[in-house]
Write a protein that binds this ligand. Structure first.
Ligand SMILES: C[C@H](O)CC(=O)SCCNC(=O)CCNC(=O)[C@H](O)C(C)(C)COP(=O)(O)OP(=O)(O)OC[C@H]1O[C@@H](n2cnc3c(N)ncnc32)[C@H](O)[C@@H]1OP(=O)(O)O
Length: 723
């Protein structure tokens, strides 16, 4: 059924107005106009005593249509009129009582409509929230005013700033929900409630007039001060957090009506912002990843994966096990001896306990998850596995041996996955005949927390196996992205310059801690050297070798990693990297690493004229990020990802690229292909082929085209391109 607003008036004198726009009853300007018309019509009718506002299809509403934010110029509606005219003048100031009957979810504009009503009745486990800030905007249908008045300033700030939804049960305790009624009883109970308000037996409450939950002004201002400080720390480059607090404050100081005006003015400005464009792009990009051409659209049905074997109980293996167990999937964790096995199982336990301590998982859920784990030191149970994930060190002969063994001990339909982060899959599966069942399941560390799952297919991996892993990924609440096989795959391949250009810059004389600072100021949570400390220098050395073999023309080689290892440094794992890592305190730059850096600089001797180069922080950032975009262009050119927006999602979820920039390709297009091309060309002449623009970038720069224009997935795989 298309978008509709319907009204039925019962013999009891209650007009039930229902919104319908499947699947989530998304609201748009036309729906708001239709609602206004229906309310107007029923207000005039003498046989109508009260209203119930509800949503069809078991979901009240997922909020306002986000498409309108992508193209704000196409949205001709004026938000001042929308919020004040509909929510305040039409609903809240209606001459007859209005009760919201909420089921499933009421998010964003959906919850705001409900808060404009005089009471709210909700079905059990209904999700209630104002997630607008995740999209770069603020609640725009009165939410910045009504929520603090219904649940108190502190809770309202928490729900809006962290975009944290609550369930109707908590809503009832807070006073946001007046009654809970089963789904079957919802409309009947709501009708009765509306009639009781009309008869004066239940209070007729105007949300905007309430002051009882707000507390004293000085208390509220203290809460706002703390929230502002926190927002500056946690969302330093995003305007919407402070803007939302400004709107709340205006209403507290000058009253709800003035607050609504402020909310409308701020919303109008924010909807035009680059942050909103970037974040709404990511919203749709993330949803698009679920649609994989020739896999999800060819009528295949996923097989149920119930038991998974994991080979290797290190950081990755235990993280993957944790995530599977929390998704009710039985895990057989295999290690080579009981000592390692015990260590792996302890890590899983610690992972789960840390989630409990942070309130992410309940004790009950933790107990249930731990009962899904079985530790084994041989393959005797592996016949029963639906899937096996290999998560041992990056050692090609070892992985090849494991896969030949797995082929013998597992059933012929078991999925054989590897968690390698860079090794070509055809090499790993070279010694087997099961190429159609071999697939990459590349999780990002820590695997029980990071949301990205890169699924790597070779030309032989069967569509069914891809679909099954996609389905497991979704059950694990990951965002799975399907990519083609090549060295480093889509994410690490694109970001390999991000890890090594900083080394080039250091050898050209730039201070390493300054590079990290510049990258952090751009919006990454960690600089590239901090990230290398986390991964450890041994891993860095092993994956560096892979890139050196695959892309020799653009790999910067220096003795630095080797020298660091020789000096007893391996990064965070032994507390000594570029930074000092001590338990319980933040990593601190380690000055004692500088003589090692100098030794490497002397050996390389590449500073022009023997002097450090002079660069601004902005140049540092561009010299690190433009080659990353250049490599992403090669990934697009080779069809490694189905669409450019997949790389945007992957860069944000896998590499913590700042979300408000919309992902690596989206950001590149805001910078412009021409500027990137010309900068790279200049640096390649000054500093060498690491910066040489790719054909894909050059073509688009010449034609003035964006980098994100649709790329056709290539039918054959071109791995290790030397372009
Ligand atoms: C003026 C107001 O203050 C401003 C607002 O209201 S801003 C909007 C606030 N609302 C939100 O942020 C909610 C966004 N939506 C979500 O988080 C999730 O869709 C959800 C948790 C509600 C449901 O998740 P789930 O059941 O997995 O469904 P999901 O696949 O995400 O959505 C179904 C379809 O609806 C679309 N959709 C969801 N919310 C939408 C929205 N607010 N606008 C436009 N389309 C939306 C999705 O893109 C998807 O489309 P597709 O099938 O073509 O890919």
């Amino acid at each position: 059924m298309a978008m509709a607003v319907t009204m039925e008036v019962g013999n009891d004198g209650v007009a039930v107005i229902s919104i319908s726009n499947p699947p989530l009853n998304i609201i748009n300007a036309a729906m708001l106009a239709a609602l206004k018309e229906k309310f107007g019509e029923a207000t005039r009718r003498r046989d109508v005593k009260a209203f119930v506002l509800t949503g069809k299809g078991g979901r009240f509403s997922g909020g306002f249509d986000i498409n309108a934010f992508q193209n704000p110029s196409g949205d001709t509606s004026d938000r001042t009129i929308e919020s004040i005219d509909l929510v305040l003048n039409t609903i809240e100031d209606c001459k007859k009582p209005v009760v919201a009957a909420i089921e499933g979810l009421a998010l964003g504009g959906g919850l705001e409509l409900a808060m404009g009503c005089h009471a709210r009745i909700a079905a059990p486990k209904t999700q209630l929230g104002l997630p607008e800030l995740t999209l770069g905007v603020i609640p725009g249908l009165g939410g910045t005013q009504s929520l603090p008045r219904l649940v108190g300033v502190s809770k309202a700030i928490e729900m809006m700033l962290f975009s944290k939804p609550i369930m109707s049960e908590e809503g009832k305790l807070l006073g946001l929900i007046d009654e809970i009624a089963t789904s079957e009883e919802l409309v009947r109970v709501s009708r009765l409630h509306a009639l009781e308000i009309s008869d004066g037996r239940k209070p007729w409450v105007h949300s905007l007039h309430r002051t009882d939950k707000i507390g004293s002004l000085s208390e509220a201002q203290q809460l706002l001060r703390t929230a502002r400080e926190q927002a500056k720390r946690t969302a330093p480059n995003m305007p919407q957090h402070l803007a939302c607090l400004d709107a709340v404050e205006e209403g507290l100081l000058l009253g709800g009506y003035k607050g609504l005006l402020k909310e409308a003015a701020v919303s109008k400005e924010l909807v035009q912002s680059n942050t909103t464009k970037a974040l709404t792009h990511l919203f749709f990009a993330q949803r698009a990843t679920a649609k994989v051409p020739n896999i999800t659209d060819v009528g295949l049905k996923p097989n149920h994966v119930k038991k998974v074997g994991i080979i290797g109980g290190g950081i990755m293996g235990s993280g993957i096990a944790t995530s599977l167990m929390l998704s009710n999937i039985t895990v057989f964790l295999k290690e080579i001896n009981s000592e390692y096995l015990l260590k792996g199982m302890k890590t899983v336990e610690a992972n789960i306990q840390s989630l409990v301590a942070r309130g992410k998982v309940t004790q009950d859920k933790a107990r249930k998850a731990l009962s899904m784990l079985e530790g084994v030191s041989d393959y005797s149970d592996f016949k029963e596995m639906d899937m096996v994930i290999e998560a041992v060190i990056e050692d090609i002969p070892l992985k090849q041996e494991i896969f030949s063994e797995l082929e013998k001990v597992c059933s012929s339909c078991c999925i054989l996955a590897t968690n390698t982060s860079s090794i070509d899959l055809s090499v790993i599966g070279e010694k087997t005949k099961s190429q159609d069942r071999i697939i990459g399941a590349h999780f990002f560390s820590p695997a029980h927390i990071m949301p990205l799952l890169e699924i790597i297919r070779t030309e032989k991996t069967s569509p069914q196996v891809i679909l099954d892993l996609l389905t497991v990924g979704k059950i694990m609440k990951k965002v799975p992205i399907v990519v083609l096989n090549c060295t480093g795959f889509a994410v690490n391949r694109s970001f390999f310059p991000y890890m090594q250009i900083p080394h080039l810059l250091v050898h050209l004389g730039v201070d390493l801690f300054r590079i990290d600072r510049a990258i952090r100021n751009f919006g990454f949570p960690l600089g590239p050297f901090q990230l290398q400390d986390l991964g450890g220098f041994r891993l860095g050395k092993a994956s560096g070798k892979e890139y050196e073999n695959a892309f020799p023309d653009r790999t910067f080689r220096s003795p630095l990693t080797e020298l660091l290892l020789k000096n007893g440094r391996n990064g965070k794992s032994n507390g000594k990297g570029f930074y000092v890592h001590e338990k319980g305190s933040k990593p601190k730059p380690d000055p004692s690493v500088l003589p090692i850096v100098d030794e490497s600089r002397k050996l390389m001797n590449i500073m022009p004229g023997g002097k450090p180069i002079s660069v601004t922080d902005e140049e540092i950032t561009e010299m690190v990020l433009f080659p990353t975009i250049n490599e992403a262009c090669r990934v697009l050119d080779e069809g490694v990802v189905a669409r450019a927006s997949d790389l945007d999602v992957a860069s944000v979820l896998g590499m913590s690229f700042p979300s408000y920039c919309g992902g690596i390709v989206f950001w590149a297009d805001t910078v412009g292909s021409k500027h990137i091309y010309l900068s790279l060309k200049k640096w390649s002449e000054m500093y060498g082929s690491y910066f040489k623009p790719s054909r894909y970038l050059e073509e688009r720069a010449m034609k003035g085209m964006p980098l994100s224009v649709a790329v056709e997935a290539k039918s054959s795989l071109k791995s290790n391109s030397k372009l």
